[in-house]
Structures are given as structure tokens and as C-alpha cells.
Design a protein around this ligand. Structure first.
Ligand code: ZN
Length: 326
């Protein structure tokens, strides 16, 4: 009943009456039924919507822990979830490349927002050889992601005007927490000796991270995990590892480690030992219910892991003493 109630104003009104005393309630001003259904794609977007919408929405994320959004194809269940949504949020900038048709289709008859596409254009990084298609991995810079928080707040204010002040207050509080995270990132990554500020990962997900914290970022694969890395790419990076005395390279939780292993083997063949500095969360967060399963925990993990492996000074359990100790 609650679900149907949000599909049209008239239905809303009737269903709202019928549902009174049930598990859902309705705003007298708008006739909207609460909690309405917000559906999201990647967990980083889900995290924002949960923080901003608070108890007004039931938020369902489609793309789970450890899953690569570049390659993710929506299932039949996802289609049903999206069809039943009242409002949809996704990253955009072609991150969810295989969901583009589906998202275009469902957005015809309900509000759907690409949060990364709402950022100031000058904030977006171009990607090599793909003019007009900026790098989608915006969440890697918490100060940029704070802009996405405000984009979600605006969408929710328009969607549900009676609760506009509530959404805005939630968004401001959450954005402040992201800015504190950003300050932590600046502080600990500044302790890495300058010559060692090279971040080598499986795919090019860390360009915003590198810009935010002054690291040279190199991925074995391109911006999308769809393209295969060639022997040339591997050799080019092995040269850099040897030349710049890089001590650690990083695997990603949502991408196969085989290319990183090829780098380690390639360096070894040239007499250079390089370690795996840790496993970074690139396009997916940690397990739900854990600290690393939150956006802040994910970035705290990445910042702390990279800074430590490259020789910086890092608190043992990260920004708030909540990271798992390995
Ligand atoms: Zn990616």
C-alpha cells in the first residue's frame, strides 16, 4: 500500500487514507507517503542518500560490496526494484556503463539524478582519449563528494518540499564530516616523503584522490575496468617503479589482482622488490555494517593505507580509531 501510494497524487491520497494506522504515514501538506522508496546504484551514492534523506526514505542500493559497477548488468530483480522506486540516484558520468539504457528508461517516468554530473564542470577531470566523457570516480575526493551531497539535498528538497529544511540540515552536517575527512587526508598524506608520492593501482580510479592529496597516480588499466591491460602498459609501469624507487603498489577490492601481480613480477625480473601496500576500495565499499562499509570508513581506509605503505605517519587505526588493524 505504501509503495503504490507514492505513484500518483490521487492514489497517494486514497492509499494514504487506507493506510492510516498501518506501517507508513503521510505528510498532510503534500499527500506523500513515508518512507518513500529511494533506489541507488553504488554504495557511495547510497551512503549520501541515507544520510540526507534520514527516516523519510527507505533506501535500497543495487550494486553491492566488492562488485564492479563498470561491468554490472542489472538483474530482473533490479529492474523490479527500479520500477518500484519513487526516486533514483546514481553516480553517472558512465560509471554504471552497462546500466545506462535501464537508467534512461526508468528516468522517463520518475525523478532520477546522476549526482556526479551535478558537480561544477571545472571540478571534473578529463580522461585521456575520451573527450566529453569526464572521469567518473569523483568520490575519491571527499571535498568533491561534499558537492554531491548538496546535489542530493537539492533533489530531495524539490521532490519533497515540506521536508526541505530537514534534508538541508542533514546534508550540511554530513558535508561537514566529509570536509573533516578531507582535512585528515591532507594531513597524513603530506607526511609521505615527496619522491615517494606515487600511487599505482589496478585501474585508473584514483585521479581525483591524487589531485586532492598531491600524488602521481598510475593505473595499469584505464578508467574503466572493461579494457584489458597490455604488456606495454605493464612494462611502462615497471620502468616507473624502478626509476622512482616505488616500494608499494595497491590492489583493489572490486578488481582482479592479476595485473598488479604482473607488475610485481616484472619489477622482480629487473631486481626490484615491490610489495602490495594493501587492498584499496575503489569502486565499491566494504561489508555492510562495518566501518569500511561506510563512505567515511572507506576513504579513511584508503587514505591511511596509502600513506602508511608509502612511508607516511598514520594513526594506528586511522582517523577515528575505527579501522580494523591488520
Ligand atoms: Zn572504476
Amino acid at each position: 500500500m505504501c509503495r503504490k501510494a507514492a505513484t500518483g497524487v490521487m492514489l497517494l491520497y486514497l492509499a494514504g487514507l487506507a493506510a492510516s494506522g498501518g506501517g507508513c504515514w503521510r505528510s498532510a501538506a503534500e499527500g506523500k507517503s513515508y518512507p518513500y522508496k529511494a533506489v541507488t546504484t553504488v554504495a557511495m551514492v547510497t551512503d549520501i542518500v541515507k544520510n540526507v534523506a534520514g527516516d523519510k526514505a527507505q533506501v535500497t542500493g543495487i550494486i553491492g560490496e566488492g562488485v564492479d559497477p563498470h561491468l554490472y548488468k542489472p538483474t530482473r530483480d533490479d529492474m523490479v526494484t527500479l520500477m518500484n522506486a519513487d526516486i533514483i540516484f546514481y553516480n553517472g558520468l558512465m560509471l554504471e556503463g552497462k546500466m545506462a539504457d535501464t537508467l534512461a528508461k526508468v528516468s522517463r517516468d520518475k525523478p532520477a539524478f546522476a549526482v556526479a554530473e551535478a558537480l561544477d564542470k571545472e571540478y571534473l577531470l578529463a580522461r585521456e582519449g575520451a573527450a566529453g566523457h569526464p572521469d567518473p570516480h569523483v568520490w575519491m575526493d571527499p571535498s568533491a563528494w561534499a558537492q554531491a551531497v548538496q546535489a542530493v539535498a537539492k533533489a530531495l528538497r524539490d521532490f519533497d518540499p515540506p521536508n526541505a529544511a530537514y534534508y538541508q540540515a542533514n546534508a550540511d552536517a554530513y558535508a561537514n564530516r566529509l570536509m573533516a575527512l578531507h582535512e585528515y587526508g591532507k594531513k597524513v598524506l603530506a607526511t609521505v616523503p615527496e619522491t615517494r608520492r606515487v600511487l599505482i593501482t589496478s585501474h585508473d580510479a584514483f585521479n581525483y584522490f591524487g589531485r586532492a592529496y598531491g600524488l602521481t597516480v598510475l593505473g595499469v588499466q584505464g578508467i574503466s575496468t572493461e579494457s584489458e591491460a597490455g604488456l606495454q602498459d605493464i612494462n611502462r609501469l615497471v620502468d616507473i617503479i624502478v626509476d622512482r624507487d616505488v616500494r608499494a603498489v595497491f590492489v583493489e577490492t572490486s578488481v582482479s589482482p592479476k595485473n598488479i601481480q604482473a607488475l610485481i613480477d616484472g619489477a622482480k625480473a629487473r631486481g626490484k622488490e615491490v610489495a602490495i601496500g594493501g587492498s584499496l576500495f575503489s569502486d565499491a565499499m566494504g561489508a555492510p555494517g562495518t566501518y569500511e562499509g561506510t563512505y567515511i570508513g572507506m576513504l579513511d581506509h584508503n587514505i591511511s593505507t596509502v600513506a602508511r605503505a608509502l612511508g607516511g605517519e598514520v594513526p594506528a587505526q586511522g582517523m577515528q580509531g575505527r579501522l580494523r588493524v591488520r
